[in-house]
Design a protein around this ligand. Structure first.
Ligand code: 3HC
Length: 302
């Protein structure tokens, strides 16, 4: 018996990209797409969050203008490609939606469920989760084959890497289209399976957590721990400064999820991390973490 010839799936053309959540990562991701010329629809849950996202984008692109990486006219064009909205319905024309909201499985699943009734059948749905199960998120949508992980790194406009996470049901063409799109953004995509932490965070967070334990045990000062890795190993930032950049709340959530899944002692969050999160010391975004910063989100240590 012969089977009918399969029609080769066609690759997609991307014009409009939706980004849900304009926090540090979402705003950075929106900037990357807009910089490459895509129309971006950025969605936030309320006007305050939307204003913060807009400010983040203005701040980041103004920095590029000051460094003469972009003219003021190019900045205006880039920002002009982004539509800001508090309504998910504005994602109707998106060819790809990237979700970058808080690391809550329930919140993410609710969004992927909601997207069913908003976007067209060919729209790819991507999550920027750093540690949750992409497979579990995908089950909330009626077409899990079009769901994929695209994990950007912080700061998204700068870091070259994007981890593309394929689940057992992600369609081959969806993977190929997303790989091509990431390359078009000037990123270096790597592909991996769906396991908490993927490649980079699995390797990175044991190290970061160990640095926190050293600091907590007063084994060395924060400056010396960071200097050891910068000047001894050539890392661009020491581990404690990097945790401040990532956000201690985000780092805590990632460690917790990886620990729950793998039960590797390396990932059991150091107690002081939880205490700092409870105290509201979340790193650069609140002006205080392992270091104190001039202003929230400022890279300048005081
Ligand atoms: N947004 C946009 N651009 C930024 C930026 C930001 N927040 N911070 C820095 N930049 C740009 C600068 O404008 C500058 O651009 P240019 O070279 O075109 O002029 C360039 O980055 C270098 O910046 P600076 O000269 O101010 O400072 P540094 O040379 O010290 O670089 C850094 C800053 C890029 C943050 C660098 O220290 C670095 O790469 N650190 C490591 C970051 C890292 O490891 N990230 C991964 C974290 S893990 C993660 O994200 C996973 C997630 O799941 C938690």
């Amino acid at each position: 018996m012969t089977s009918p010839a399969a029609t080769a799936p066609e690759s997609r053309t991307f014009t409009t990209i939706g980004v849900i959540g304009l926090g540090t990562m979402g705003a950075g991701i929106a900037e990357v797409f807009a910089r490459t010329g895509y129309a971006v629809v950025g969605v936030e849950k309320d006007t305050d969050a939307l204003d913060r996202g807009r400010q983040y984008l203005e701040h980041s692109t103004t920095r590029a203008v000051k460094r003469e990486k972009m003219t003021e006219a190019e900045q205006a064009e880039l920002l002009g490609r982004i539509t800001f909205s508090t309504s998910m319905d504005d994602l109707a024309a998106a060819d790809l939606v990237v979700e970058a909201v808080v690391e809550s499985l329930e919140t993410k699943k609710a969004l992927f469920r909601q997207l069913d009734a908003i976007v067209g059948p060919d729209t790819i749905l991507a999550t920027n989760t750093s540690s949750l199960s992409v497979t579990e998120i995908s089950t909330a949508n009626s077409s899990p084959g079009r769901v994929i992980g695209v994990h950007f790194f912080n700061p998204a406009p700068v870091q070259q890497l994007v981890e593309i996470v394929r689940t057992v049901v992600t369609e081959d063409q969806v993977l190929e289209d997303v790989k091509t799109l990431m390359a078009d953004l000037g990123k270096t995509p790597v592909v991996c399976g769906d396991k908490a932490g993927f490649i980079a965070n699995t390797l990175l967070f044991g190290y970061l957590n160990h640095a926190v334990s050293m600091y907590e045990g007063r084994y060395a000062t924060r400056e010396d721990i960071d200097a050891a890795m910068r000047f001894g190993c050539g890392y661009p930032m020491g581990p404690l400064a990097l945790l401040d950049l990532i956000g201690l709340d985000t780092a805590y959530e990632i460690l917790e999820t990886m620990y729950r899944q793998g039960r590797d002692r390396l990932h059991a969050p150091s107690p002081i991390l939880k205490q700092m999160v409870t105290a509201g010391w979340l790193g650069r975004k609140t002006g205080r973490g392992f270091y104190t910063y001039e202003a929230p989100d400022s890279p300048t240590v005081v």
